[in-house]
Design a protein around this ligand. Sequence first.
Ligand SMILES: C[S@@+](CC[C@H](N)C(=O)[O-])C[C@H]1O[C@@H](n2cnc3c(N)ncnc32)[C@H](O)[C@@H]1O
Length: 285
Amino acid sequence: MTENANEKTLKYRAKAVNSHDFNSPVFFDRYAVLDVNPYASAFAYGRKKLYEKMNRIIDDRLDGKGDVLEAACGTGYYIKVLRANGYNVTGVEPADGMRERAQKKNPKTEIKNGVISALPFPDNTFDAVTSIELFRYLEAADIKQGYAEILRVLKPGGFAVVTLVNRYALDGFLFSYYFKLMLEKYFGKPIINYCDAVSPSETEKYFKDNFNVVASTESAMFAPLRIIYKLYPKLGEWCAKRLESFDEKLNQTDWHKKFAGHLIVVIEKKADAKENTNTAPVRHI
Ligand SMILES: C[S@@+](CC[C@H](N)C(=O)[O-])C[C@H]1O[C@@H](n2cnc3c(N)ncnc32)[C@H](O)[C@@H]1O
C-alpha cells in the first residue's frame, strides 16, 4: 500500500518517540559511560567530540549568558552541560522515559513534553536552540516543520545548533541502513527507526531555499573509528585516544566535512526577522 505523506510523517514520528521511550534506560547507561571514560564506546567518543564543538560554537556567541532550548533533550545530559556552562536552559522531550530521567538529572530545569513540530513555547523566546540526533529520525514534512518551529521560537539574531547524519560518512552507516530497509520491504522485518541522511552542501542550500536563512556546517569525529569500536571496543578506545589530535586537524579541513561521523549545522535567524516569517505554517498537533 502506498502511504500518503501525512501517514508516513506520523509513522516515522511515532517510531522515533516510542523506540526512545522503550530504550530510555539504555540511553541513560550510555551517558553514564561518558562520565567515566569518554573513549569507552563509539557513542561516548562521538558525543565528546560533538559537545566540544557545540560548546565552542555556543560560547563564542553567547559567552555563558542567555536562554537556551535543548530540544529532544533525551535523558538530559546536554542540559546539564549547558547549565554548567552558565546558560539558563529549558528542555523539551516527548518520550516519557527520557523526559522523566532528564528531569531527575536536572530537577530545577523546566522540561516540557512536546514534539519539535509543535514546540510549546511563544515566538522569539530563546537565544539559542540545540538539538542532538533528532532530525535524522523524522520524515521530510516533520523535518521542515521542526526547523520552522526552531526559527519561530528563536529571538531575532538567535541561532540553532543541530546534528544530522552525514550521508557520506566513512563508517558506511548508510549501507547497513539500506540493507535494513530492504529487509523491511521484502521480508517484512520492521525497521526500528528510519534515517534521514544529508550532505553539508545540500543542507546549506536547504535552509537558503526553504527559509531564506544562512546555515553553515561543521563536522566531528573520524567516522571509521565507529567500525573499529564495533569490531573490538578496546582497540576503538586505543585508536580514538591516539588519533584524537589527527581527528581534530582533519575536522578543521573543509573537504573532510562530507565524510565525518557527525554533521553539525548552525542555523542563523535573521536579526531583523519579523514574527512568523517562516515559509511553513505552524501546525499544532
Ligand atoms: C537519539 S535520541 C537523542 C537524545 C539527546 N538529544 C541526546 O543527544 O542524547 C533522540 C531523541 O529525540 C526524541 N524525539 C523523537 N521524536 C521527536 C520529535 N518528533 N520531537 C522531539 N523529540 C523527539 C526522542 O524521544 C529522543 O529522546
